[in-house]
Design a protein around this ligand. Sequence first.
Ligand code: SAH
Length: 397
Amino acid sequence: MKTITLRDGKERSLLRRHPWVFQGSVAKGKADPGETVRVESADGRFLAWAAFSPSSQIRVRAWTFDEAERIDEAFFTRRIEAAVVLRGRLGIDSDGVRLIHGEADGLPGLIVDRYGDLLSAQFLSAGTERFKQAIADALVAATGCQALYERSDSGVRQMEGLEPVTGWLRTPASGAPSTEVTIREHGWRLTLDVAEGHKTGYYLDQRDNRKLFADLVRQMGLKTALNCYSYTGGFSVAALAGGAEHVTSVDSSGPALARASAHITLNGFDASRHEALDADVNGALRQFIKDGRRFDAIILDPPKFAPSAAHADRASRAYKDINRLAFKLLEPGGLLMTYSCSGGIGAELFHKIVAGAGMDAYVDGYLIKRLEASPDHPTTINYPEGEYLKGLAIVRK
Ligand code: SAH
């Protein structure tokens, strides 16, 4: 077993059970990509068993802080079973569930979503890549799902020195199923394609927020909704399910919008109640203002503007801009649910950005709820970086 020795003082984060060690903290030691290493402090104390990643800034990702634990097939079986058991206890009203959420589940770099009987996984670190087969077997055993699709085509693999990989990793004896699945989320039905969709196919982190949106639209009797960065229209279906008369979905992806339109009719709503706009959101919002349009409910769920804290400044301006425009388009008494999924923008900073946007638009609002990802995307106490999705529900004064 190879040993990685840290520089003096650099053991602190592992001692706090934070799973990462950055390149600059390593004094000596080398290993192959994904190889399991023993991590020691400068004075030779055991800190963790970890996966080594020679090309990543995050040089070491801890598997365990328990010296007696071995990193073998049984290890992955234990971690995956524990993660699946937790999801079973969360009372999730959907058969689309995030089963493994990386570091929070003690499996750095592994993302697994379940869509009905199908699993869709991303192996995003050298360690998960190396143990891929053991992980795939453990996933099948823990869930009973025979079909596992790999979507390791995220850009972050590059930083780990890994090529993109997609395709079936496990299939039932009867052969590969269709990559197209229909899930049931709350009361409605949604389709996705694990081979073509964003990430693993769908954005499960907004599941509970889509339900909340439907509930608020109903409670407040909101009639017109605007869903910005709609993807396949989950929030649009929620708006109509909540009793809105009309919803507009805006996205720059044609295939996502086509699916959004299909979801409206799949859920029993007349197509005339939905408008799909293939456009850049910023431009669309400006055009709506020019046209004098107003909405009772607006969703702003943009992609990650700040992948890291280094991009925070430019991202802040981009968030402020769309939020300012949205405030101007919101009817008095209307609801804005606005999000950031940037790890580099904390909840407090996001609040400030939205406050600044309100100032610039001369609009005030009641902050009725702080929003976050659904609980199957957990964070842990020791790993605050896991908190990426934050949002605010605001009712315009
Ligand atoms: N709210 C969605 C998820 C949104 S993901 C849900 O509940 O499922 C972000 C979406 O923003 C993606 O669909 C992407 O195609 C879209 N997008 C990215 N940049 C955009 C832009 N400048 N204008 C419009 N849409 C954009």
